[in-house]
Design a protein around this ligand. Structure first.
Ligand SMILES: Cc1cc2nc3c(=O)[nH]c(=O)nc-3n(C[C@H](O)[C@H](O)[C@H](O)COP(=O)(O)OP(=O)(O)OC[C@H]3O[C@@H](n4cnc5c(N)ncnc54)[C@H](O)[C@@H]3O)c2cc1C
Length: 404
C-alpha cells in the first residue's frame, strides 16, 4: 500500500482521502485552515448543491472541456448519489436537476464526509500551510515551518481563487508552477456583471423575475429565467451568474457584450403594446411614471424612463411610435456589459493549470511523476448548478482509482 499526501482538505481533497483510504492506502491531508471544507458551508446558499441530475461534458468549460469526459463517465450522477447515500446523505432534487442534501444544510455534507474520513483513519493536519513541493528524491511536501513530509504520491487539491477567505487563494498555482506546470490565465466565473451607463444603479437592491438573454447582435445565445437583481455596480441574480462565464469569455476576446432583459415575461411584445396603448388612452391624464404602475415593478419605472431618454409627460401626449418603443424596451432592455466583479466574488475560477499537462483518465501530472492534480485548480470550470462540486468528486475518484 502507498503513502499518499494530499494538499488541501476541500471538496476534492476530502473525497480523494476517503476513496484512497477505502482502498487501504495511508493518507495524510494537509489543510491550512483550522478545519476542513470551509468553502462548502457557503455553497448553494448554505444548502450545498452537490451534483446535478444532468451531468454533461457541455456543462464544463476551459481550453479543452472534453478533458472532463472520462472522469464524469466513471463517476457520474448515479455514482455520486450512491456515495452520498452510503455515508448517510439523502438527496433532494430541486429546480433544474439541482441536487441538495435533504436536510438543505451544507454543513451535513461537511459533517458526514469528515466523519467517514475519520472513521476510516485518514490523518488530517490542520493549520498546516504547504509552501513547497519537492520531487528530487521521494515526493516531499514542505510545511510553512520547513517541516518535511515524505510520501509515495502527492495530490494537489488546493482549489482556485474563488472566495479567498476559505483558504483557496491561488497559491496552489505557484506550487505547481515551480515544478514545471503552466497556468492558463484566470478570471472569475459565476460572478456578478458590471454595466455601462447604468441608469438602474439608483434602484440598487431591487429584484424582479424575468428572462435574461446573452446576445450576439440580435441573436439570443443563452437564455435564463430567474430573479434579476439591479445593483449599484451592475446586475446579479442566478440567471446572470449562470451566463457570466460566457459573457466574460467574450469580453476577454475583446467582443462587445450585451445582455437583454425581459422585464415583463408574462406578455408577448405585441400584447404589451396593445395593452399599453389602451391603458394610456383610458388614463390619458396620467404621467408616464404613474401610468406604468401596476404593469411593471414601480421601482424600475424611473430608470426605464431615463434609459429611454423620455420626459415624464402625460401619456395622452405619447405617439404610437413612442408607445411601441416603450413596450419593445420593456421586453428587450439592452444593457452593455463592461466588466465583472473580482475573483474573490466569483463562485469558481476559470482558467488554471493547463489540462494539456494532466492525464484526463487519471488526473496524473504529465510533467512530474508521482504527482496528481484534482478539483478546481485546473483549467476546468462548470456551470452553476452542482457541476463544480461534481467535478471535485469525479476528478478525485479518477485519481484515487489510479493510485495502486
Ligand atoms: C459562494 C460559493 C458557492 C458555491 N456553490 C456551489 C454549489 O452550490 N455547487 C457547486 O457545484 N459548486 C459551488 N461552488 C464551487 C465549489 O465550492 C468549488 O468548485 C469546490 O469547492 C472546489 O473544490 P476543490 O477541492 O478544488 O477546492 P476547495 O474546495 O476550494 O478546497 C481547497 C482547499 O485547499 C486548502 N489549501 C489551499 N492552499 C493550501 C496550501 N498551500 N496548504 C494547505 N492547504 C491549502 C484550502 O484552505 C481549501 O480548504 C461554490 C463556490 C463558492 C465560492
Amino acid at each position: 500500500m502507498s503513502k499518499v499526501i494530499i494538499v488541501g482538505a476541500g471538496a476534492s481533497g476530502v473525497m480523494a482521502s476517503i476513496l484512497l483510504k477505502r482502498k487501504g492506502h495511508e493518507v495524510l491531508v494537509f489543510e491550512r485552515n483550522e478545519k476542513p471544507m470551509k468553502k462548502i458551508y457557503a455553497t448553494g446558499n448554505g444548502r450545498c448543491n452537490f451534483t446535478n441530475r444532468n451531468i454533461e461534458f457541455s456543462n464544463y468549460h476551459g481550453k479543452n472541456p472534453k478533458f472532463v469526459m472520462s472522469a464524469i463517465k466513471s463517476f457520474g450522477y448515479d455514482e455520486v448519489i450512491d456515495f452520498f447515500n452510503d455515508i448517510g446523505i439523502k438527496e433532494l432534487e430541486l429546480e433544474n436537476g439541482k441536487i441538495y442534501p435533504m436536510s438543505l444544510q451544507a454543513s451535513s455534507v461537511v459533517k458526514q464526509m469528515t466523519l467517514e474520513a475519520e472513521k476510516l483513519g485518514v490523518k488530517f493536519k490542520y493549520n498546516s500551510y504547504i509552501k513547497m513541493l519537492d520531487f528530487k528524491n521521494k515526493p516531499k511536501a514542505i510545511l510553512y515551518n520547513n517541516e518535511e513530509f515524505e510520501g509515495d504520491y502527492i495530490i494537489v487539491a488546493t482549489g482556485g481563487k474563488a472566495m479567498t477567505k476559505s483558504g483557496s487563494d491561488g497559491n496552489g498555482y505557484l506550487l505547481l508552477e515551480k515544478i514545471g506546470h503552466s497556468i492558463i490565465s484566470t478570471h472569475p466565473g459565476i460572478v456578478q456583471l458590471k454595466l455601462e451607463n447604468n441608469e438602474f444603479k439608483k434602484i440598487n437592491g431591487t429584484k424582479i423575475p424575468g428572462y435574461i438573454y446573452l446576445m450576439n447582435k440580435n441573436k439570443k445565445t443563452m437564455e435564463q429565467f430567474s430573479d434579476i437583481l439591479f445593483t449599484d455596480y451592475g446586475i446579479s441574480g442566478p440567471g446572470i451568474l449562470q451566463i457570466s462565464g460566457e459573457a466574460i469569455r467574450k469580453l476577454k476576446a475583446n467582443k462587445d457584450v450585451y445582455i437583454s432583459v425581459d422585464l415583463l415575461p408574462y406578455l408577448k411584445e405585441d400584447e404589451l403594446y396593445s395593452y399599453l396603448k389602451s391603458n394610456f388612452e383610458k388614463n390619458s391624464y396620467k404621467k408616464l411614471s404613474q401610468a406604468l404602475v401596476g404593469t411593471i415593478n414601480d421601482k424600475v419605472i424611473s430608470s426605464l424612463i431615463e434609459y429611454l431618454n423620455l420626459e415624464d409627460i402625460v401619456v395622452g401626449n405619447l405617439s404610437k411610435e413612442i408607445i411601441f418603443e416603450i413596450s419593445k424596451t420593456i421586453k428587450d432592455l439592452r444593457l452593455k456589459v463592461t466588466g465583472y466583479k473580482s475573483e474573490k466574488d466569483g463562485q469558481v475560477t476559470c482558467g488554471g493549470i493547463s489540462t494539456k499537462e494532466i492525464d484526463p483518465r487519471t488526473m496524473k501530472s504529465k510533467i512530474q511523476d508521482k504527482l496528481y492534480i484534482i478539483g478546481e485548480i485546473m483549467d476546468i470550470d462548470g456551470d452553476c448548478g452542482g457541476y463544480n462540486l461534481h467535478w471535485a468528486w469525479a476528478s478525485a475518484n479518477a485519481c484515487a482509482k489510479d493510485i495502486v
